[in-house]
Design a protein around this ligand. Structure first.
Ligand SMILES: *Cc1c(COP(=O)(O)O)cnc(C)c1O
Length: 429
């Protein structure tokens, strides 16, 4: 009697055919999505082997045949996405997380413990600011904001117990750049005088540029973090995060993910792998072309006092942008994000920015008032009252997040429509 026939229908309907050769990730042009909380271990020995191998530095994840155990530990779509992202960022290993913030907390969390210290640039994503200032202190990790656009202030902020230098470039939302080579060189110099356990790691959140426009690890930065929710996911439909870094830290990243539980869902990993990553270069090239036109238009507008876009000649750090923001072919890649400020006193510019946002929300098709960025839709938002409201007003001022500042993430709409919608909104402000 075949095995299936010895069992009641009810049991067979649960288990199906006991063994199947139907799953194979090698021959599918599009990988299957599998969601399996746990995986059949086949034998006790194999189960033990799976646990022995998980996050084991002696096992090369890229070549060893995987033994999957439980989705929070590892699963195929996530692994495929990780291989692709490590390649895109030119890093040794990548570990994905459920959101960008889960990735940010892991990149800091694997390096710093009670008694340690983190230096960060003050213009950063609002939740990252909140993570560092509100939560790290509770774990006994001190932090200092320092202007990291200036190497001297970086050096001055380093303490013997500093373990992490954390920043974005371009910064959210001001578009300030940090010189990645100068930063790497300064930290490498400081590290020469430190013991192996006391090294300082540099962590960049590369979400604004994406690997299309900048690959920080090739310039000496240790870790590159992304919110996959943004440019890499690209369609605004899925959340995710990744930390790309040296393979010596892969074990810590995997164990951190396992124990804090910030795993990406297989479904999200699949969408980012199948739709987001393959279209990144095409989307960004087009969005960046439109962003340049939008920046030029805004710069000439009399109601706007300042436009910050790395592609403009007026951009204060244009030379640095030319040096480090490059696509894989070496072309200048200023990206698709820009920031502009409404003219007038702080009160006037704040009111004008609110009016522009309200007008766009009520009338525009091609520009949507919404947070997030890096989508195929053009998104506008007011950092001071929205994404960066977790940063207190004094710290906002210090970080250059002006009350009348507006952040724009340029999408794939026809650039003429974006200009028309912006013009109408600015006329009313
Ligand atoms: C959105 C964002 C994050 C957080 O990512 P989530 O996926 O929303 O958790 C972190 N850094 C930057 C620069 C972001 O834009």
């Amino acid at each position: 009697m075949a095995r299936d026939e010895a069992y009641r229908d009810r049991s067979v309907l649960i288990h199906g055919k006991f063994k199947s050769e139907k799953w194979d990730f090698q021959d599918h042009m599009i990988p299957p999505i599998t969601t399996a909380v746990s995986f059949r271990l086949r034998s006790a020995e194999r189960g033990a082997e799976g646990f022995r191998r998980f996050a084991n530095p002696e096992v090369d994840r890229s070549t060893a045949h995987p033994i999957y155990i439980y989705d929070r530990l590892d699963e195929p779509c996530t692994g495929l996405l990780e291989e692709t992202l490590a390649f895109a960022e030119k890093g040794e290993c990548a570990v994905c997380f459920g959101t960008g913030m889960a990735a940010v907390s892991a990149a800091i969390g694997i390096q710093a413990q009670a008694g340690d210290h983190v230096v960060f640039h003050p213009a950063i994503y609002g939740c990252t600011y909140s993570h560092i200032t509100r939560w790290l202190g509770r774990f006994g990790i001190q932090s200092t904001a320092a202007d990291l656009t200036c190497t001297d202030s970086l050096i001055a902020a380093l303490r013997p117990e500093t373990k992490v230098v954390y920043f974005e470039s371009p910064c959210n939302p001001t578009m300030d750049l940090i010189d990645l080579e100068a930063m790497s060189a300064a930290v490498a110099h400081a590290n020469q005088k430190r013991s192996p356990e006391n090294q300082v790691a540099t962590v960049i959140d590369n979400t604004f540029a994406s690997p299309f426009a900048q690959r920080p690890l090739t310039l000496g930065i240790d870790f590159s973090v992304h919110s996959l929710t943004k440019h890499i996911g690209g369609f605004g439909a899925t959340m995710g995060g990744v930390v790309v870094g040296p393979s010596s830290k892969e074990t810590d990243l995997l164990v951190y993910r396992k124990d804090f539980g910030g795993s990406i869902s297989p479904d999200a990993a699949w969408h980012i792998l199948v739709y987001g990553v393959p279209t990144l270069a095409l989307r960004l090239a087009q969005q960046q072309e439109t962003a340049m036109k939008v920046a030029e238009f805004l710069e000439l507008h009399k109601k706007i006092s300042k436009v910050r876009y790395p592609g403009l000649d007026s951009f204060p750090q244009k030379q640095l942008a030319l040096k480090q923001m490059r696509d894989i072919d070496g072309n200048f890649a200023p990206g698709a994000m820009l920031f502009f400020e409404m003219a007038g006193s702080p009160e006037e510019s704040y009111a004008a920015a609110m009016k522009v946002c309200d007008h766009l929300a009520a009338h525009a098709l091609s520009v949507t008032l919404a947070v997030s960025l890096g989508q195929i839709r053009t998104l506008v938002e007011h950092p001071a009252s929205m994404t960066h409201s977790a940063i207190p007003p004094e710290a906002q001022a210090e970080a250059g997040i002006s009350p009348g500042g507006i952040r724009l993430s340029v999408g794939l709409e026809d650039g003429r429509d974006i200009l028309r919608d912006l013009e109408a909104a600015l006329d009313c402000a």
